[in-house]
Design a protein around this ligand. Sequence first.
Ligand code: ZN
Length: 62
Amino acid sequence: MSLSEKTLKILKEVDKVGAALTAGEEKEVVCPVCGGRLFVEKAAYNGHLHAECDGCKFAVME
Ligand SMILES: [Zn+2]
């Protein structure tokens, strides 16, 4: 699996989880790439999503 495929897979999951969150909330889900813990957080101040996996160390800030 290429790096961009992994990124797209995680971003898709982050978007799905993020859509169900309200600003200031966070949720722990299973990382679709490594099976680790993926933390998704919606910032209280601007509603932007932040995600970080403790397995594959993937991190994204929208
Ligand atoms: Zn992961």
